[in-house]
Write a protein that binds this ligand. Structure first.
Ligand SMILES: [Zn+2]
Ligand SMILES: [Zn+2]
Length: 118
């Protein structure tokens, strides 16, 4: 999901929270809305879904995360194949050249910089 997507807070209709902050907001907002929190159930397919208990059965039927939840179960079964494919991302000589020029630079750091720059 896009981290900038605005999600509706289940505790307060006036709250619109970016997806990347949503889990933190839920924890905070739950403390401020204990009464409402008690009346909400957590969706078994997506922990971000908080549903009023009287709508819970309906939500289970219609939840959009149900499909991806089922697909994840399939992905776990075929996951070992994907992992093997990720082991060799580029030819070995590229790695050696890179190591000589920037020996202490972690690969992840470089990836973040290029994302910000472009
Ligand atoms: Zn909130
Ligand atoms: Zn759900």
């Amino acid at each position: 999901m896009d981290p900038e997507t605005l999600l509706q807070c289940p505790y307060d209709k006036n709250h619109q929270i970016r997806a990347c902050r949503f889990p933190y907001h839920l924890v905070k907002c739950k403390k401020n809305n204990q009464k409402i929190a008690k009346q909400l159930a957590t969706c078994p397919y997506n922990a971000r879904h908080r549903i009023p208990k009287d709508e819970f059965n309906l939500h289970i039927e219609m939840c959009e995360s149900k499909i991806s939840f089922e697909m994840n179960k399939v992905a776990v079964n075929t996951g070992s194949k994907e992992k093997a494919a990720w082991k060799c991302p580029s030819p070995q000589e590229d790695w050696e050249n890179d190591a000589e020029e920037t020996p202490a630079r972690p690969f992840v750091f470089g990836a973040i910089v290029s994302e910000d720059g472009s």
